[in-house]
Ligand binder design. Sequence first.
Ligand SMILES: [Ca+2]
Length: 209
Amino acid sequence: MNDFTAPTGKSTTLPIATFTRVGYKFIGWSTTSSGEVEYIDKAEITDIAPRDGEITLYAVWEELPEDIYKLNEYSLMGSNILTGITEETSVDDLEYNLEICSLCTLEVYDKDDNRLNYNENVGTGTTTKIYKNGVLQVEFINLVYGDVTGDGIVNIADVIKLADHTVTYDILTEIEQIAAEVTHDSLLTIADVIKLADYTVDKTIELWR
Ligand SMILES: [Ca+2]
């Protein structure tokens, strides 16, 4: 992740963690390479580095519970973003791909907390919940690269919404911004708009890492 500058004497939110590690999930930051979590993802921090100096934060990882689900072709970005989901993946497809345990059930909810049907598409910003014996085990925010509107399909509507955002920078939510950042340079610019527009006519272009 990029360097991050925080003002002296003011509370600042740490940027969302976007690291991935196969078989693990990110649980927070430590100031030492093998230490415990000192700051959770997106923690509010004030003056943790010396004035005009810098501090290195190390990612702390926890092994994923393979007896509950398997990520297979998906990966976990940061603490709870499920990535690698392609467009037009239905709830049914997602449940199949994640290989949830026999006592487990999977439910997906839209941004307004309405449960999606099994034939509906999983879009950016929807939430996956996995239960075992009715007890919630894990919750993911779903990320579909290129799907900025959150309907699980990448089309001209996504291009328009992203283009509007690059003018005012106040339209997309945090997760939508990650989905829109298809050139992977940590910036949202006209280059992302162009690549996304190209993708809508040539779906062989790679949008994800
Ligand atoms: Ca869309």
